[in-house]
Design a protein around this ligand. Structure first.
Ligand SMILES: NC(=O)C1=CN([C@@H]2O[C@H](COP(=O)(O)OP(=O)(O)OC[C@H]3O[C@@H](n4cnc5c(N)ncnc54)[C@H](O)[C@@H]3O)[C@@H](O)[C@H]2O)C=CC1
Ligand SMILES: NCC(=O)COP(=O)(O)O
Length: 316
């Protein structure tokens, strides 16, 4: 049984969780507000995962009531503490092996910061903190592409300084190990994006490729990793180019997520590599603009549940 945190109660997390449950598939225990989830499905409040396993029909929920009533589409920072608590509980259950994996529905980082003092850019770093993981890696995966942003939720202006050899090396190592362990790719082919236009064009359009990226690649190649040179990012995502690699290591958030979401918005999955437990998530956000209207697609969440299930199987 998986654990599924419901995310921001005013977002689409609860309704896509209900839709995913209705489709069948791998069982999960929801963590979040039973009252909110009841808008979309029959629920059974449980106290333990063992009780959840006995529930047949309704969605079993480890109830974390909201502090104030929820208006779909209008997030309320006063409900932030409960959202944070749901992620902490999910991480505890996954770490202790009571659930096989953690799947998380979307949160609004700003709402959690405003209302709960949340000090993390997202689940990725929070779960790393909770599990004592030094270097979590965010990977987004769809049927046609996997991407990893080396720097994640930081301002674009801060990217060059944050892009250190140590961060790049650790990100590549964690990705390489994750593809072997969790995706059954014995010798991952890893494409590396440049930071600058034309991957710097020999240094005339930026020098990070020469001074930061290439030394790391040379070092890791000596250990046998299969890595490209820094590639111009504008020409590495078309279909023929994608056929040459299993994952693209990208230097910043949008360089990675734009191609992934363009190709696979409905079935892309966000997975955290490097944690001691399996964690996946849909690739989309809280979608406050459509929350509660019955139009949110559960496909990406279903893909996240399926990917978590496959990863758990591969770790056995
Ligand atoms: N894993 C997580 O917790 C994530 C959280 N977020 C958060 O979500 C919030 C909103 O982010 P946005 O950039 O607006 O992205 P978004 O993904 O929430 O919405 C972008 C557009 O896609 C639509 N959309 C999203 N999911 C959909 C679905 N399942 N079915 C149908 N349409 C869907 C929305 O209606 C909207 O028009 C932000 O606070 C962001 O931080 C964003 C991405 C991931
Ligand atoms: N843009 C991806 C995203 O916001 C997901 O972040 P996380 O909450 O999974 O760390």
């Amino acid at each position: 049984m998986l654990a599924l945190t419901l995310g921001d109660p005013a977002g689409i997390g609860p309704e896509i969780a209900a839709a995913a449950h209705a489709r069948g598939g791998h069982p999960f225990v929801a963590i979040g507000s039973a009252t909110v989830l009841r808008n979309f499905a029959d629920v059974a409040v449980v106290e333990t995962v063992a009780q959840a396993r006995e529930v047949n029909g309704p969605i079993p929920v480890l109830d974390i009531p909201t502090s104030v009533e929820v208006v779909f589409g209008t997030p309320d920072p006063r409900n932030a503490a409960g959202v944070i608590r749901s992620i902490e509980l999910g991480a505890d259950l996954a770490r202790s092996g009571q659930v096989s994996a953690l799947v998380t529905a979307p949160i609004s980082k700003k709402v959690l910061k405003d209302g709960g003092g949340f000090a993390y850019p997202g689940h990725t770093e929070f779960l790393a903190h909770l599990s004592g993981t030094a270097r979590p890696v965010m990977m987004l995966a769809g049927p046609d592409l996997r991407v990893v942003p080396v720097t994640i939720h930081i301002p674009l202006a801060d990217v060059p300084a944050a892009l250190t050899p140590a961060l790049l090396e650790q990100t590549i190592r964690v990705t390489h190990a994750g593809l072997i362990r969790d995706f059954a790719i014995p010798s991952p082919r890893i494409a590396i994006a440049g930071l600058n236009p034309h991957a710097g064009e020999g240094g005339v359009m930026g020098r990070q490729e020469i001074e930061v990226i290439m030394p790391v690649l040379n070092h890791l190649r000596a250990e046998g990793l299969n890595l490209t040179d820094p590639l111009p990012a504008d020409t590495m995502f078309h279909a023929a180019a994608r056929a040459h690699y299993d994952v693209a290591i990208c230097m910043y958030h949008d360089q990675a997520l734009i191609p992934l979401k363009t190709l696979s918005f409905d079935d892309g999955v966000n997975v955290t590599l490097g944690l001691p437990f399996v964690r996946t998530s849909p690739d989309h956000g809280t979608a406050f603009d459509i929350a509660g209207k019955g139009v949110a697609r559960p496909d990406s969440l279903l893909a996240a549940i399926a990917m978590a299930t496959d990863m758990v199987e591969r770790r056995r």
